[in-house]
Write a protein that binds this ligand. Structure first.
Ligand code: NAD
Length: 368
């Protein structure tokens, strides 16, 4: 059997709880497709700071770079909120993304039919929604220099820099165009070109390569309008490509189309490297209670099969298992609303059903 080593960074809060489920499901789905997964686990984020004084060490970064495939849980928690910027768990995350060179963050926003009622939006508005948000991940205002805090006439001020180069924009745009070619062949580029220089560069750079993808229809939308359109008529979008800051905000807004942050997976790609993580954070409010929704982490494992292992059958096996669990009526608390036919479940119960379904040992017969 072919062997593949991956690195897992479970992180803080609910990170370890959801990552454990994702690893079990991934291992089983890959095994069925003829690949044996071996796992190297490291501390990352707040727990790494506690042991090493930094959110990620050079050794851990090297291990990730060597494996090329990383499955991450989540980082952060109130106990680390007041650390200096370079010691905070999020700094580890930014460093990891930068070191792996994963410049394109793919966030599929799919509304599962069984959950169409779980969204705060009307069912007829969201059902059938299938958006792929491609967010630039290693540039823009989260990395731009200079960034500093100073004082002017006794009045403190801070500066961040939003910078995009043509090559940075075009490489992420290519990911979006190529993804669209395998979908509905539409790309909507989101910027703030009416105000920002960096957005005008963004738009110009994308237009320069659009002709190379004649089968893909390109449109442009201002980010403020886009925030409104995602809520008003999400079905109008196929692939959306945008910068780091706008993508961060728009994808969280779009997450509510699916009913919960706990449903959203992500893949961050660059060259041969792939970093897979749920979109949600470490949810300190529910950590350690065994009630976290593991489905975003498990769906991230499906993306890992698709983009890094090139095991489409394993990816589909995992995605079908997620769908079946939802159809069975089991819901973690973040999705549960006393709807008839649904039952409140904990992380372990969801994990159990996923594993049985992926391994085809038992078809789900759960009656709510
Ligand atoms: P969060 O995503 O952790 O939680 C927001 C809300 O959603 C909470 O009520 C939480 O209980 C719920 N939730 C999130 N994921 C869930 C899941 N899988 N199952 C059930 N419910 C879930 O966001 P936050 O509260 O703003 O941040 C908490 C910490 O996480 C902070 O320290 C923040 O910096 C960090 N964070 C980390 C990442 C990451 O690691 N990629 C992303 C966002 C936030």
């Amino acid at each position: 059997m072919k062997k593949v080593n991956i690195v897992t960074l479970p992180g803080d809060g609910i990170g370890p709880e959801v990552t454990a489920v994702a690893v079990d499901v991934l291992t089983e789905a890959a095994r069925q497709a003829g690949v044996e997964i071996t796992v190297t686990e490291h501390l990352f984020g707040g727990c790494c700071y506690e042991k090493n004084g930094v959110p990620v060490t050079d050794e851990i970064l090297d291990s990730c770079k060597q494996a090329k495939i990383v499955l991450l849980g989540a980082v952060g928690g109130p106990q680390w909120d007041n650390l200096s910027a370079d010691k905070r768990p999020e700094a580890g995350l930014l460093k990891l993304r930068k070191e792996l060179g994963v410049y394109a963050n793919l966030r599929p926003i799919q509304v599962y039919p069984a959950l169409a009622g779980a969204s705060t939006l009307k069912e007829e508005v969201i059902e059938g929604t299938d958006i792929l948000i491609v967010r630039e991940l290693t540039g823009g205002i989260y990395f731009g220099e200079p960034r500093y805090t100073s004082e002017e006439n006794g009045d403190p001020f801070s500066v961040d820099t939003m910078k995009y180069s043509r090559s940075e924009v075009q490489r992420v745009a290519r990911v979006a165009f190529e993804a669209a070619q395998k979908r509905d062949k539409r790309v909507c580029s989101v910027d703030k070109a009416n105000v920002l220089e960096s957005s005008r560069m963004w738009r110009k750079s994308i237009l320069e390569i659009a002709d190379e993808y004649p089968d893909v229809e390109l449109s442009h939308m201002l980010v403020d309008n886009c925030a409104m359109q995602i809520i008003r008529d999400p079905k109008q979008f196929d692939v959306m490509v945008t910068g780091n800051l706008f993508g961060d905000i728009l994808s969280d807004a779009a997450s509510m189309l699916t009913g919960s942050l706990g449903m959203l997976p992500s893949a961050s790609l660059g060259g041969e490297n792939g970093l897979y993580e749920p979109v949600h954070g470490s949810a300190p409010d529910i950590a350690g209670q065994g009630v976290a929704n593991p489905l975003a982490a498990v769906a991230s494992a499906a993306l890992l099969c698709r983009y890094s292992l090139h095991l489409e059958s394993a990816a589909q096996n995992i995605e079908a298992a997620i769908q079946k669990v939802l159809e069975s009526g089991l819901r973690t608390a973040d999705l549960y609303s006393e709807e008839p036919g649904t039952t409140l479940a904990n992380t372990h119960q969801i994990a159990d059903m996923l594993l049985k379904t992926v391994s085809n040992k038992e078809m789900i017969t759960h009656q709510a």
